[in-house]
Design a protein around this ligand. Structure first.
Ligand code: 5AD
Length: 347
C-alpha cells in the first residue's frame, strides 16, 4: 500500500488527501525517503546550495503568537544593522563562497523602501554574480515592485498555514491569510523566484491542515519551500506549547521533494535546533539548501524566533571547514553557485 502510494506520488506528483495523510504519519519512511532521494539526485545531484543569512533587523510590528521577535515581547533588546555592516557581511560571505544573500528581518517600519532598495542595489552592483533574496514580510505592491527593480531576485514569505481557521489562531486579527496569499501571488507576478512554506506542529495544527498546506503549494507552485518544526519561544503566548515533530517534518520534506522535484528546499535551522544532526537529516530526507547565518553573534542572539536557536556563526563554520566536512560526511557537496531553481518540467 505505502509502496504503491509512494510510487504514484513519484510518477504523478500527486496523491489523494487520505494518501498524503498516510505518508505524513509514516513511522517507517524508508520507501518514501528512497523515492525522494532518487528525485533529488536526478534534479540536483549531490549539490547543496548555501545561502548567507543576514538577519538585519529584529524590529517587528507584528504580534504572531508563536514568534519570539513579536512586537509584544518588550523584554527583547532590539537592533538594526547599518547598511555598511551589511555590506561587510556580504564581502566576507562572498570570499567564503556565498553567491546568495538572504536579507531577513521583522516587519520593521524603521527601514524605508529607499533604504532597502539602496542595500539591494549596492550588493548587486558590487557582486552582479550574486542573488539577493528578501524576507521582510507583507508589503504593498509598490514596495515589492521597487525592491525587484532595485535588483532583488527572490523573496521568501511563508504562508505559515493555509487554513483560515488555523491562521487566525496563530495571528492577531489584523493579519489575514488572504493578504498573505495575495502578497505571494503579487511577488510571483512581479517576477521574483518565490519561496513559501509552513511550520510543522504549530499549536492546533491537524493532519488535515498539513494537507491544505500541500494543496496551497500545488496551486502556488513556489520555487523554494521552507518548512520547519514549531519550537516554543519564551515571552510569547505559545511559550509552553509542545514543539513540532521532527519525524513529521522529515516525512513532509520527502513528500515536498516528490511533489515539487525541481524546488529548492532548505534543511532549516529549527530542524537543526530540536533534532540531533537535524541539518543532515533534512538533507537526507530530500532538502538541498542550507542557510548558514552570517549575522554577527551579538545580534544573532537577539534574533530569537524561538528558544535555543543556535548562534551558529555560519561564516566561521565555513571558514574552518567544519560545515563542509559535515556535509561531505553524508555524501553531499557544498557548492559555490547562485543555486537558482531548476526549470520546472512536467513529470
Ligand atoms: N518556531 C518555529 N518557526 C518559527 N518561525 C517563527 N517563529 C517560530 C517558532 N516559534 C518561523 C516562521 C517564519 C520564519 C522566519 O520563522 O515560519 O516565517
Amino acid at each position: 500500500m505505502v509502496g504503491e502510494v509512494v510510487d504514484r506520488l513519484y510518477r504523478t506528483r500527486n496523491a489523494s488527501d487520505a494518501e498524503l495523510k498516510l505518508l505524513i504519519g509514516l513511522e517507517d519512511p524508508s520507501l518514501l525517503r528512497e523515492a525522494a532521494l532518487s528525485r533529488r539526485l536526478e534534479w540536483y545531484g549531490r549539490k547543496v546550495f548555501i545561502r548567507g543569512l543576514i538577519e538585519f533587523t529584529n524590529h517587528c510590528r507584528n504580534n504572531c503568537y508563536y514568534c519570539g521577535i513579536r512586537a509584544g515581547n518588550v523584554s527583547l533588546g532590539r537592533y538594526r544593522l547599518a547598511p555598511e555592516t551589511i555590506m561587510e557581511l556580504v564581502r566576507d560571505g562572498y570570499r567564503l563562497g556565498f553567491r546568495t544573500f538572504v536579507l531577513q528581518g521583522g516587519e520593521d517600519n524603521g527601514y524605508s523602501d529607499e533604504g532597502i532598495c539602496s542595500i539591494v542595489s549596492s550588493i548587486k552592483k558590487e557582486y552582479p554574480d550574486c542573488a539577493v533574496t528578501l524576507s521582510i514580510g507583507e508589503k504593498d505592491h509598490g514596495s515589492y515592485r521597487a525592491y525587484f527593480d532595485a535588483g532583488a531576485d527572490r523573496y521568501l514569505l511563508r504562508h505559515e498555514t493555509a487554513s483560515q481557521e488555523h491562521y487566525s489562531s496563530l495571528h492577531p486579527s489584523r493579519m489575514s491569510l488572504e493578504n498573505r496569499k495575495a502578497c505571494l501571488w503579487d511577488l510571483k507576478r512581479i517576477g521574483y523566484q518565490v519561496g513559501s512554506g509552513f511550520m510543522v506542529g504549530s499549536p492546533g495544527q491537524t493532519p488535515d491542515n498539513l494537507v491544505e498546506d500541500l494543496r496551497f503549494l500545488q496551486e502556488l507552485q513556489p520555487d523554494m519551500i521552507g518548512i520547519g518544526p514549531f519550537v516554543p519561544a519564551a515571552n510569547t503566548p505559545f511559550a509552553t506549547k509542545k514543539a513540532g515533530s521532527v519525524d513529521t517534518t522529515l516525512n513532509l520534506i520527502s513528500i515536498l521533494r516528490l511533489m515539487f522535484p525541481y524546488s529548492l528546499i532548505p534543511s532549516t535551522t529549527s530542524l537543526g535546533t530540536i533534532a540531533p544532526a537535524g541539518l543532515e537529516k533534512g538533507l537526507e530526507a530530500g532538502a538541498n539548501v542550507i542557510m548558514p547565518e552570517l549575522t554577527p553573534p551579538d545580534e544573532a542572539r537577539l534574533y530569537s524566533l524561538y528558544d535555543n536557536k543556535p548562534v551558529s556563526a555560519g561564516a566561521l563554520m565555513i571558514t574552518d571547514g567544519s560545515l563542509r566536512e559535515r556535509i561531505r560526511a553524508i555524501g553531499y557537496d557544498i557548492v559555490t553557485a547562485r543555486g537558482d531553481v531548476a526549470v520546472p518540467k512536467r513529470p
